[in-house]
Write a protein that binds this ligand. Structure first.
Ligand code: NAP
Length: 298
């Protein structure tokens, strides 16, 4: 297969690349102009908001499948700058979905757990959506655009992801914590918001299964353990032999955020298990995989 992944410097794309069996051609596009190191994909710079540039790429190259993960995802920034968030996500999704339909490529749109309000967990794929911040509303609109404009497609909703990110990419809860604890800094962690975190490699493997089977509809992708950031921090500190006494538990009100956060968006993973044949990893298993990648034993 020839596969295009947008948002190729993100954690999701890195997990996808790293779980490739090497038998497919992978093209990745991202926004800013820097060299991506240690990669199995051919990386190009492309602004998905630019319809002409998207059409030019699809005219020049052919793709059997497209994973659309690009877009502005910083929740508080999008709340403050909704127009910027809309342009990045909505225009990008419109351009990619139309191009996929024209060339007959199977499209996977990457959505989020933020389409839920957090009051009715655990959430199955057919649960009612009710986003409580601008980013969640925009991503839900992108899901609708994908359904309306793309040809054959699926929508995945990954939940909070962790794993080793590209150096040019933002850290995630585990790599952020790891750096802080290495420096010996005290770290307050929220104990009243819950998710079932997903290791980026498991996300990658699920995406490969989707491309192989090409099912339709929505898939929730998540790990096995429902935890708060505080519980995640304790487990990560233990896994990496770092000083857990630097961690303290706080409520979400401790961090004045601009956008309200849903309290519990834990997923059920019936389709991931039954149709993709995947058992959600426990946190211990995911953290062990990260440690193995560092070559420091498991
Ligand atoms: N990370 C999570 O925990 C999580 C959880 C749930 C859902 N998701 C979803 O998963 C997807 C990927 O997330 P991520 O964490 O891997 O990525 P990320 O760190 O948010 O990075 C965003 C990616 O999109 C690219 N991008 C942004 N605007 C673009 C544009 N206009 N044109 C082309 N590329 C653009 C960025 O390129 P540059 O690096 O060049 O700026 C980067 O590669 C997102 O759709 C997000 O909503 C993520």
């Amino acid at each position: 297969m020839r596969i295009l992944i947008t948002g190729s410097t993100g954690l999701l794309a890195k997990g996808f690349e790293e779980t490739s069996d090497g038998s497919h051609q992978l093209v990745g596009v991202h926004l800013r102009s820097y060299q991506v190191k240690d990669t199995r994909a051919r990386h190009l710079t492309l602004d998905v908001r630019d319809a002409a540039a998207v059409d030019e790429l699809f005219g020049r190259e052919s793709f059997d499948a497209v994973i659309h993960a690009a877009g502005l995802a910083a929740v508080d920034h999008v709340e403050k700058h909704p127009e910027e968030g809309r342009r990045s996500n909505i225009e990008g999704t419109r351009n990619i979905a139309r191009a996929c339909r024209r060339c007959g490529a199977y499209m996977v749109y990457v959505s989020t757990n933020a389409v839920f309000d957090g009051a009715f967990a655990p959430y199955a794929e057919d649960a009612s959506t009710n986003p409580i911040h601008e980013y969640g509303r925009i991503k839900l609109e992108c899901e609708r655009l994908t359904k309306d404009l793309a040809g054959p497609h699926a929508i995945v909703r990954p939940i909070l992801m962790y794993g080793w990110n590209h150096s040019v990419n933002r850290p995630n809860p585990v790599t952020w914590l790891y750096e802080k604890l290495l420096r010996g800094e005290p770290v307050p962690l929220v104990g009243d918001v819950f998710e079932n975190p997903l290791h980026s490699h498991q996300c990658g493997r699920a995406l490969w299964k989707l491309l192989e089977k090409r099912p339709a509809g929505i898939f929730h992708l998540a790990g096995a353990d429902r935890v708060s950031r505080w519980e995640l921090g304790l487990k990560a500190a233990r896994a990496f032999d770092l000083d857990a006494s630097l961690l303290s538990r706080v409520d979400s009100s401790y961090f004045p955020s601009i956008a309200p956060r849903p309290k519990d968006t834990t997923f059920t993973t019936r389709r991931m298990e039954a149709e993709l044949g995947m058992r959600p990893l426990t946190l211990e298993e995911g953290l062990r995989e990260m440690k193995a990648e560092m070559g420091i034993g498991v």
